[in-house]
Design a protein around this ligand. Structure first.
Ligand code: NAD
Length: 416
């Protein structure tokens, strides 16, 4: 059994090696694809509202750009560090390749607790970070997007900071506000896409989404839209949580009312109505058919995977399952739809936004949602067919398909 305690990047490379064996990838290509092309660490001094100075550190890691400009989100979190950003950048490479988008993989982060800062301080920090990385980003170089604790407003500041030096450049970031070049549908795309992928899985396994009981960890951008979309399509959302804890109701939570509470600045725990209060640990192991981790890394691991009650895990978060957790879930016959497939709706939506910005054109939201579901459905079908042909897991299949495309492009471009 694989040991617990791998760093995030070691863990992602464990998943990489597992899949690379299936496609007989040679050692030289493995050496290129298990390391990053470029890693930047920048000092970000932030002038605080009280006149003091806080110095934080920001990172941008570009993993592989053989198939197009680097693409990946930026997260603000106290635990963000270079090793985590490396892991998330690598996942983006496999995700963009699996979805056959003309992008490579990147990720960024600032080690900071943004909740402890004012909006003005966050804005100054964001602009300073963009200044620090502006020489390696660009609409055909590297295109950031929102991730944990960043949103459309953060992207608007990033776009403005970049445009101040380079002229009007909406395609420098995706996930922008709609009236600044954002795509209608992009904000909901990751969570909605999670449910599109779940629906594709249901079709494939002759089950019905409408009959499923779903538990969702995390009620931010991804978790809240996934919950809304699951409920809209007839599933029963029995439990949700945020970083402060969760709530559960066996005959289904009122997801719309919950969304209103959280959108107004409340916590999941502020929701009124009949429900039980639960901890995040109880959310992960409580009774349900489908568990959707949509919060942070390493939530399912050697210590709790044996207690997961769901028969299906759909990874809306990036790297929510450690290799040991994954092995335990697999041994127990629990199917895992991996992050690189399950949450790919975000980067597919970002691709739509980027192409619209380049063409100075905009789709209606219905077209956005239809094309999103089509692309995710195709990726699910390719992944499940590969898994059946090679008698492997969906994670191994998704990685193998992505790795093969990146390796081919890297060879053709003469990287190796
Ligand atoms: P977010 O900041 O909008 O929301 C995060 C949610 O997780 C919040 O509800 C927060 O309270 C909760 N949370 C934080 N720590 C927790 C903990 N210890 N236990 C339980 N809940 C906790 O972030 P997001 O954009 O929704 O991202 C969530 C995950 O989805 C991340 O792994 C991210 O990388 C991934 N993801 C995001 C996007 C996107 O478009 N935003 C795209 C693909 C993948």
């Amino acid at each position: 059994m694989v040991r617990e305690g791998l760093s995030a990047f070691e863990a992602v490379n464990h998943y990489f090696s597992d899949a690379a064996r299936i496609i007989d990838l040679d050692d030289e290509m493995c050496a290129v694809l298990t390391t990053n092309y470029r890693e930047i660490s920048v000092q970000v001094p932030v002038r605080l509202d009280d006149g003091g100075l806080k110095v934080v550190h920001g990172y941008r890691v570009q993993h592989n750009g053989a198939r197009g400009p680097y693409k990946g989100g930026v997260r603000y979190h106290p635990d963000a560090d270079l090793e985590e950003v490396r892991a998330l950048a690598s996942l983006m490479t496999w995700k963009t390749a699996l979805l056959d988008l003309p992008f490579g993989g990147a990720k960024g982060g600032i080690a900071v607790d943004p909740a402890a800062m004012s909006a003005d301080e966050r804005e100054r920090m964001t602009r300073r970070f963009v200044n620090g990385i502006s020489h390696v980003i660009g609409p055909y170089r590297d295109i950031p997007a929102p991730d944990v604790n960043t949103n459309a407003q953060t992207m608007a500041w990033m776009m403005d900071a970049f445009s101040a030096a380079h002229g009007w450049t909406p395609a420098i970031v995706t996930g922008k506000p709609v009236n600044l070049g954002g795509a209608p549908g992009r904000e909901a795309a990751t969570g909605r896409g999670v449910i599109d992928v779940l629906e594709a899985h249901c079709r494939h396994s002759d089950s019905d989404l409408a009959g499923l009981r779903i538990a969702i960890q995390g009620f931010g951008n991804v978790g809240s839209f996934a919950a809304t979309e699951a409920a809209r399509r007839g599933a029963t959302v029995v439990a949700v949580s945020d970083q402060w804890g969760g709530i559960r109701r066996d005959d289904g939570l009122d997801v719309e009312a919950l969304g209103t509470t959280v959108a107004a600045g409340g916590r999941v725990g502020d929701h009124t109505g009949a429900h039980d209060v639960i901890t995040n640990d109880e959310l992960l192991t409580g009774p349900c058919d489908v568990l959707i981790p949509a919060a942070l890394d390493e939530q399912l691991h050697g210590g709790n995977a044996a207690d997961v009650a769901a028969s299906l895990v759909v990874e809306a978060a990036n790297y929510p399952t450690t290799p040991m957790g994954d092995e335990i879930l697999g041994d127990r016959g629990i199917v895992v739809v991996p992050d690189v497939l399950a949450n790919a709706g975000g980067v597919v939506g970002s691709y739509f936004e980027w192409t619209m910005n380049i063409q100075q054109f905009r789709w209606k939201v219905d077209r956005f949602n239809t094309e999103l579901a089509d692309r995710l459905g195709l990726a699910y079908a390719a992944t499940s067919a590969f898994a059946e042909d090679h008698d492997c897991t969906l994670r191994q299949a998704a990685f193998a398909l992505g790795i093969d495309r990146v390796a081919t492009a890297s060879r053709l471009r003469g990287y190796v």
